[in-house]
Design a protein around this ligand. Sequence first.
Ligand SMILES: [Zn+2]
Ligand SMILES: [Zn+2]
Length: 61
Amino acid sequence: MSFEIEYEPQKCISCNKNILYFESSVYFPCPSCGEVIIWRCEKCRRFAREYTCPNCGFKGP
Ligand SMILES: [Zn+2]
Ligand SMILES: [Zn+2]
C-alpha cells in the first residue's frame, strides 16, 4: 500500500478494469478498516458486484 496509487489509473476493485475518468464510478474508504479507498466502475456499481477490501478482507455489496 502506498499513496503513489493516486497518480496511477484507478482500477475497479470488483472487475480490476481501469476506471475511465468520465465513468460515473464511485470511490469510498473501506467501511470496515477505512484505510483503503475502494474504487468501483460504473458497471460494477450498477450490478452491485461484490468487492473485497485488499487490506482487511471485508466483503461488501
Ligand atoms: Zn468493475
Ligand atoms: Zn478494509
